[in-house]
Design a protein around this ligand. Structure first.
Ligand code: GRF
Length: 188
């Protein structure tokens, strides 16, 4: 399976997926990074890992449809079959959803349907929950709302700071995303 990863920022999940696929010899290949932030650290990771990059600023396009039509041409050129969102900070529009039905997957750093949105870790920490976690789900037109594929629980310890909790969640993310990918590849 040929995969594209969409990311906007740091890219630790991107790197964990790329290296995990190589190490575990999965029948998958990351053929493209799509990034909407041309200065994001994830781009340097892709260059180091020799993954092709497509990047452009959203504001250079007339609207979301124009932006996604350009991305779609890139995806087709690279024969992408599955899209993994990994810290991609934009809502996927109808152009991509219709082109990749049930083939766009997202990772969220909380136990959905709890704490959707941009600040899943912070919101759970602020709410004082004793456990939170990570969710892998199919993407639909809503925000963090599609069918759930897998979840992993992460405890919040009494001595935790937001930083220590974030580190624990990110470690879980890196493991769970790869584990879900194995499951998805088996099913597809
Ligand atoms: C992750 O916590 C992911 O769940 C969220 O954005 C963060 C991206 O981190 N959607 P990174 O860029 O993969 O390091």
């Amino acid at each position: 399976k040929k995969l594209a990863i969409f990311a906007s920022g740091n890219g630790s999940n991107f790197e964990a997926l790329v290296t995990g696929i190589q190490q575990q010899k999965l029948a998958a290949q990351v053929v493209l990074l799509v990034c909407d932030q041309p200065t994001a650290p994830v781009i340097q990771r892709a260059q180091r890992l020799k993954i092709p990059v497509w990047t452009a600023e959203f504001k250079q396009f007339a609207d979301k449809a124009a932006f996604e039509t350009t991305i779609l041409a890139q995806l087709r050129q690279h024969e992408v079959e599955l899209i993994l969102l990994a810290g991609y900070m934009r809502i996927i529009g109808p152009t991509l959803l219709q082109a990749y039905p049930q083939r766009i997957i997202n990772i969220h750093p909380a136990l959905l349907p709890k704490f959707p949105g941009r600040h899943g870790i912070e919101d759970a920490f602020a709410a004082g929950v004793t456990e939170t976690g990570v969710t892998i789900h199919y993407v639909d037109a809503g925000v963090d709302s599609g069918p759930i594929i897998q979840q992993a629980m992460v405890p919040v310890k009494s001595q935790d700071t937001l930083a220590s909790l974030s580190r624990r969640i990110h470690r879980t993310e890196h493991r769970l995303y790869l584990q879900s990918l194995v499951k998805i590849l088996e099913e597809k």
